[in-house]
Design a protein around this ligand. Structure first.
Ligand code: GLY
Length: 302
């Protein structure tokens, strides 16, 4: 199943779309998840309405979601098979195609802020594990006490995965944002804890440029959520943005989510902003909470 929405936005205007992850949020909890997405989109809106950059807006939205313990990113992220946190995040801007990412990162409160520091520093694009930690500490970030970031819900999900005998399980709740600013530049940001009970060192799509995250002013920006191994295999983000050069975000998202399911049997969701500010999304999961803000209004749902 695919569900899509899109909004027209004239040139020179701004737009942001955030997601709280493809998955299966129980009906009783949907409102809380949508509220988290609304808060993130509202923060991005403030930045964009004041003339700020798409890059700042996308990052700020993801920080709000990382700080909200109901999502699988930052505080509240899911646990590895060893009961630890290994965090993935990526941010990219579409003007000069600058990108920064961290993966298998030890607990730090806001991995997306470290990814942004990687982008700004500019020597490399992606740092992993102890190298990511060393970069973060060198850039002035302090490691977090794991106990301050691991929630009871995350512990419970790991216990359930262990009890079911599966190596790793669906977590849902990855977070992301795509934005277009008044100068016509686009950006994308994505952050996640990955899969419940994942093996040490497993890295999903979110921090991989062109898979979970991609931005290019020639097409637009993309943030993916869902089964990371499948998203990696179809290079979902870059494929989507390249198609945005020729088609609107709604048909591009719907078509690619269906193709990913058909080609590699993977489910998930995708949010897109076109270079003209139009927004669109699709999912093949039961839920994907989201919120959008643009100069003419806002909307949210699951
Ligand atoms: N899509 C998030 C992950 O699989 O890690």
């Amino acid at each position: 199943m695919s569900v899509t929405r899109s909004w027209a936005s004239d040139g020179g205007r701004f737009a942001v779309l955030v997601h709280g992850g493809a998955g299966d949020v129980p009906d009783a909890k949907v409102e809380r998840h949508v509220a988290g997405c609304r808060a993130a989109a509202a923060r991005a809106r403030e930045i964009l309405a004041a003339g700020g950059s798409a890059l700042d807006a996308a990052q700020a939205a993801v920080i709000v979601l990382e700080d909200d313990p109901v999502f699988n990113a930052g505080t509240g992220a899911c646990l590895t098979a060893d009961g630890t946190l290994e965090l993935d995040a990526c941010v990219m801007e579409g003007e000069a195609l600058r990108a920064g990412a961290v993966c298998a990162l030890d607990p730090f409160k806001n991995p997306i802020a470290i990814a942004r520091a990687v982008l700004e520093e500019g020597t490399h694009v992606l740092y992993a594990a102890r190298g990511a930690r060393a970069f973060a500490e060198g850039a002035g970030f302090s490691p977090a006490d794991p106990a301050s970031m691991i929630t009871e819900a995350a512990r419970q999900k790991l216990a359930e995965a262990r009890a079911s005998g599966k190596v790793s399980g669906w977590a849902g709740g990855t977070v992301g944002a795509v934005a277009r600013d008044v100068r016509g530049h686009v950006a994308a940001a994505t952050s996640t804890g990955g899969m419940v009970g994942k093996r040490a060192g497993r890295v999903g799509d979110s921090p991989i440029v062109g898979a979970g995250t991609y931005a290019d002013d020639l097409g637009g920006a993309a943030s993916a959520t869902g089964h990371g191994e499948g998203i990696l295999r179809v290079a979902l983000g870059a494929t989507a943005v390249h198609r945005l050069a020729h088609a609107g975000p709604e048909p591009v998202a719907r078509g690619l989510i269906a193709e990913m399911r058909a080609r590699v049997g993977a489910t998930g969701g995708l949010i897109l902003v076109g270079r003209d500010g139009r927004l669109g999304w699709a999912r093949s999961t039961r839920t994907m909470t989201w919120a959008a803000e643009w100069d003419g209004g806002g909307e949210a749902g699951a």
